[in-house]
Design a protein around this ligand. Structure first.
Ligand code: UDX
Length: 429
């Protein structure tokens, strides 16, 4: 099939590439000329495991190309996907101006029937607005169908999530676009659920909010564990064996971050408010998440007493493992708060150092994780990178003025750490 994806961010670029990988002809459009140029000359603007190879392979096969012209994309495809940002505004609501702009651009370029698919995470009832806008701005008065097709990929595992999805959600107003959507997704061998547009849009916000709720739930349980000497990982393992609950997203931490959960929670609360429902449950999810960071910082301050004049080593800057994304990263917030307390920081992240630098003026970036502890008063783990589990603990212990390690991601075994002579403080254990 001939497809166009508008927006080459995480969702757009990975989706377009995976569509090309299964045999579709894909044009990825972006209005950022520099980004398009970079992609056209073989560069990749983000770090995502496996993506670079797939982009190269599909460009070489002639199935994937890049353009900064929406009109070109619309003219050369049957289906146009919208994957542009829906950033948060100060009051928690979503800025819909990018979606609206793209809808007008598509409308202006349409000369025959098209299927317009929204992939961006949007408030319920956006599909209706997009359809109205296209109708209003389409001079040629041709027909179109608007479809909602939310994306559930996780950064760091985006290619894997896209190639092997749990489910494909297709929200439609009429049955007309259904067979085409099924044809696009047939190679992915995943269950396809067809709903009305509003339900499809809600599935996305309800899913992300529920996952955030799961994390806040286990983080709240971790407080009870700390107060009673229980171990939150054992509790999560025991809970997770109940198939109705499941073990995933029950890892207690210094809090969740990223470009999705915080934004989607605020948006869902705001949507509910506009519909005159006070979604207090989700407000509590936010409150627990914020207090988790406060509690972790307090642990550090209570142990080290005065941070002014001390040096702290921080492992991890990205908001999670396998990504260079530092947007709304708990690790960055932690660093900024440690700096505010007067600590000097030596930091390391396997992929996110470049993107983090402008946010953390004054920190010392260290290339090798095993060198971070040199001259530090304590070490902190802020991101759950697998490779941090291979940290040379013996070397770190020798480098530190006192062997103190604060683990915001529960990567090590407390008993082992004690045996190695560390003062080891983690979450809920
Ligand atoms: C999320 C959703 O998982 C995905 O389906 C949606 O499409 C986009 O938003 P993403 O933000 O990429 O994906 O990352 P995710 O793996 O969900 O992690 C989000 C945050 O929660 C990270 O900061 C992570 O460290 C944290 N987290 C995750 C925990 O603290 N504990 C957990 O058990 C899981």
């Amino acid at each position: 099939m001939k497809l166009t994806i508008i927006g080459t961010g995480y969702v757009g670029l990975v989706t377009g590439t995976c569509f090309a990988e299964v045999g579709h002809r894909v044009i990825c459009v972006d209005n950022d000329a520099a980004k398009v140029k970079m992609l056209q000359s073989g560069g990749i603007p983000i770090y995502e495991p496996g993506l670079e190879e797939l982009v190269k392979k599909n460009v070489a096969a002639g199935r994937l190309s890049f353009s900064n012209s929406t009109a070109e994309g619309v003219a050369n495809s049957d289906v146009v996907f919208i994957a542009v940002p829906t950033p948060p505004q100060a009051d928690g609501s979503v800025d819909m101006s990018f979606i609206e702009r793209v809808a007008r651009d598509i409308a202006g370029a349409m000369t025959e029937y098209k299927i317009i698919v929204d992939k961006s995470t949007v408030p319920v009832q956006t599909g209706e607005k997009v359809a109205e806008t296209i109708k209003r701005y389409c001079k040629n008065q041709v027909e179109c169908d608007v479809v909602s097709n939310p994306e559930f990929l996780r950064e760091g595992f985006a290619v894997e999530d896209l190639m092997k999805p749990d489910r494909i959600v297709v929200g439609v107003r009429t049955q007309r676009p259904v067979s085409v959507m099924k044809e696009i997704y047939a190679p992915f061998n995943a269950p396809i659920i067809v709903t009305d547009i509003n339900s499809a849009e809600l599935i996305k916000h309800a899913s992300n909010s529920f996952l955030a709720l799961k994390i806040s739930y286990i983080n709240a349980v971790s407080i009870i564990c700390e107060a009673t000497g229980a171990n939150v990982q054992e509790v999560a393992n025991g809970m997770g064996m109940d198939e109705r609950i499941g073990r995933r997203f029950l890892n207690a931490s210094l809090g969740f971050g990223g470009s999705c959960f915080p934004k989607d929670l605020s948006a869902f609360i705001k949507i509910a408010e506009e519909l005159r429902y006070d979604f207090g449950l989700l407000k509590e999810v936010q409150r627990i998440n914020a207090s988790q960071m406060d509690r972790f910082l307090k642990k550090i301050v209570d142990t080290l007493w005065v941070l002014k004049g001390k040096t702290i080593g921080v492992l991890g800057l990205a908001f999670k493992q396998n990504t260079d994304d530092v947007r709304t990263s708990p690790a960055i917030e932690l660093c900024q708060r440690l700096q505010k307390e007067g600590a000097a920081l030596r930091v390391h992240d396997p992929k996110a150092m470049e993107k983090a630098k402008p946010l953390l003026p004054g920190v010392t970036c260290i290339d090798d994780m095993n060198d971070v502890a040199e001259g530090c008063d304590a070490l902190v783990i802020a991101t759950e990178w697998e490779e941090f589990k291979k940290l040379d603990l013996e070397r770190a212990r020798k480098h530190l003025s006192h062997p103190i390690l604060f683990d915001g991601r529960n990567l090590f075994d407390p008993k082992e750490m004690e045996k190695l002579g560390f003062i080891y403080k983690s979450i809920g254990r």
